[in-house]
Design a protein around this ligand. Sequence first.
Ligand code: GLC
Ligand code: MG
Length: 451
Amino acid sequence: MRRFWCLLVKILTRLSFGDFQWCKRKELMDRLNGSANLMIVSDLDFTMVDHDDPENLALLRFNALWEAYYRHNSLLVFSTGRSPTIYGELRKQKPLLTPDITIMSVGTEITYGESMVPDDGWKQYLDHKWNRDIVMEETAKFPELTLQSETEQRPHKVSFYLEKGKAPNVTQTLSKRLENRGLDVKIIYSNGIALDVLPQAAGKGQALAFLLEKLKADEQGPINTLVCGDSGNDAELFTVPEVNGVLVSNAQEELLQWYAENARGNPRIIHATERCAAAIVQAIGNFSLGPNVSPRDIGDLMSNRKVHSPSHEVVMFYIFYERWRRGEVENPEQYIQKLKSVFHSTGNFVHPSGIDQPMHQTIDTLAKAFGDKTGKDFRVWVDCISLAEVSLGSWLVKFDKWELSGNESRGCSTKALMNAKVDVPDEYTWMHLHHTWLDDVGGQDDVSWLL
Ligand code: GLC
Ligand code: MG
């Protein structure tokens, strides 16, 4: 196994990559300023996203932890079986953060950054001993195989539905037939229903090994890597050398079987007692990879606040704001003065509609809005926080702020200017706050958007 990985890495490091991709990676490098502290590589369906939790509570807990403590020096990688099309749909339905790197279609497509710039070197590499037409021809001879939707058929991935009981036989026979036709493929069965045919060099594990090698070449290799998954196509992730891994408590039978046969007793891999994103937080604690208490797990966020950084301040404030509007803050009166001390009296707030008003006037409006979202599905989260210390103790903080109200979510690109308090350690004063709609309805005045 080890020899295989070494060989793979040797081949991969010889590949050359386009300038644009290099720029994207350079962007990451500048942000990280050296090694990534932690790289989380997580599957999405039933790992990061719990489809049985309509409130997305575990996901929101993870999001708050990531943005408060990890975003500035770590890497978030989503590794999903979904094609770009249905990955895009999931992002619209769920409060997912923006990952630094996205690996889609079971490790056959890698993209960088928010703009999702594809890694063409990876695509070329996958052409080795791969021919889609032959795969289509041979699989057509199996009546048990039902093709998945058109969106899930990708250049290096052909996907079917197949009953659980038939999987072992079909996999074996198909694999022999494709080999006889000169192909070198990998057949993966997941979720007790899906069968994917990929080039041998593809898959979530190989894509991760490739990525780690590239990051190392840029001196950005992570200090720690945590892989997270629930189903068959995630098994490979756990075989990448030197990574820690977590199987969520709700892992599928085929992954549990893989675990029992290959990884039980391996201290680097745990089967969590928590579901989905809560299992990821649990694993961060279990492997001592960094802070593992989500700001969402703190009861009183306003009194005795110890703030570690401007990112932490932003995350805590917006959780407080969500609880305020949901009417979940006890004795609200006691917080008005506190809020006025957090927001500077000369500061201004620019509403996304363009209205510019004194910050304290906005706090008065917020005071009146206590509990206006009680009993409604109202959630707030922040994404992509970035920081720059513009002068000693003075920070420009950029982030996207999202509000979910009922079925609709809206986001604002946000800039805040914040000063560290000279007299009180671990506290910040918000000097200025400016919101701009992320979507194109621009100029529209949404009076329920407060801060
Ligand atoms: C996702 C993909 C599907 C694939 C499955 C298992 O559900 O949409 O095409 O078969 O993952 O990898
Ligand atoms: Mg999954």
